[in-house]
Design a protein around this ligand. Sequence first.
Ligand code: UD1
Length: 345
Amino acid sequence: MILVTGGLGFIGSHASVSLLNAGYDVLIVDDLSNSSIDVLDRIEAIAGRRPLFEQMSLLDETRLADIFQRHHPSAVMHFAAFKAVAESIQTPLAYYNNNIGGTLALLSRMQIAGVRSFVFSSSATVYGSPATLPIKENFPRSATNPYGRSKLIVEDILTDLVASDPSWRIANLRYFNPVGAHESGLLGEQPRGTPNNLMPYLLQVAAGQRARLDVFGSDYPTKDGSCVRDFIHVVDLAEGHVAAIRYLKEHVGMTSFNLGVGRGISVLELCEAFERSTGQSLPRQVAGRRAGDVAECWADADKASAELGWQATRGVEVMCQDAWRWQCYLDRREDSRETSGEPAK
Ligand code: UD1
């Protein structure tokens, strides 16, 4: 039984499907602060099995203790966290409380229960503005906002924990830019309010819900002046987590892995790929730079390939097509709710 925190969120829901497909039993813990309960039905529809589910915050220590006692998980995958950079600058205490406090409560409970295998959702944001590319796992780390710092601090806590007790098995996974959706079109990213990230915003523009995409910056020292990122299909990312769970069976200590494709794609290239692969037009205009963006960021993915035996296989066209299928599903659902008078979730 794998305990998946934040298992109804964008990445956690795909990881839950991959775990179920690989034969693991899954217990999802999610407080629904940025997800909805019907994701559980869709995970079941895709995987053919329903994960166990508990709606709760990790900060509820009594319930957390009860869950470990009743279910005896063999490993924990920890996705539950806030992730919006701008919001983290407005409400740093909420970010530190949830992202660090929640992780501390979870790790403390694992220690008491004797559960020592942990997969952590970190981010390429911990590399700040890299001096050279591609980015390797041993590059210096830094943070420029509370969200990034919360990831950095948890990484340091995990390092200290392993130093105190080398029987811990920790895979620290640094995600590059997860996009795309499950190929069924039933799972994907569903941000509340105006999306901050590129792909969800782009999808709403293509769906006609927003007038146009602002491309933030055209004067970066990159191939076409727009920023370059390592966009990775969320199902590839999810499969990387299954590889990490298998890896932890054989390895003690803490190891960090980049989960990326290992290739940089510019914002403009992504827009073109989207139009080409979906046939949808994407009205866009060049806008000023967004504060805090780095020009280029892509992974050296060799370590994950060599040690986890995992690499991303889905190309940018598939990322765009799957994401578009998900957007169409959301739009159809919205339409049927409007006709039936049902409130949107
Ligand atoms: C962002 C966060 C990062 C976090 C990650 C996952 C910032 C600075 N970084 O990464 O810490 O780990 O999300 O949540 O917020 N873009 C546009 N128009 C848009 C939206 C984005 O041109 O409407 C551009 C951005 O300038 C950037 C690229 O698209 O160059 C990707 O942006 P985004 O999807 O927000 O990801 P990151 O900024 O790479």
